[in-house]
Design a protein around this ligand. Structure first.
Ligand code: ZN
Length: 87
């Protein structure tokens, strides 16, 4: 069985490998977790533009992490998802 996680945008359970993991560490720093091994509280989003747009519009990570997530973080999430599709 693969590990399933919920996408914060569409709220569907997905295989971890199809999701982008974003982590909030103890110092409240939020970063993209490319390895899936960073410590901290993780939230997941599908690597597709529909969920990306939804999460930016609704600021879903603010809710997931219960903190203010900067636009820079959303921008790097966008780059991680859109960039990957182009490659
Ligand atoms: Zn999704």
């Amino acid at each position: 069985m693969e590990k399933l996680r919920m996408c914060i945008a569409c709220r569907e359970m997905q295989d971890k490998r199809t999701l982008l993991r974003v982590v909030k560490d103890k110092e409240n720093n939020i970063s993209i977790d490319d390895t899936g091994k960073k410590n901290g509280r993780g939230a997941y989003i599908c690597k597709n533009e529909v969920c990306l747009k939804k999460c930016i519009k609704q600021k879903s990570f603010n809710k997931a992490f219960k903190t203010n997530v900067s636009d820079d973080v959303y921008k790097s999430i966008e780059e991680a998802i859109v960039g990957q599709r182009k490659n």
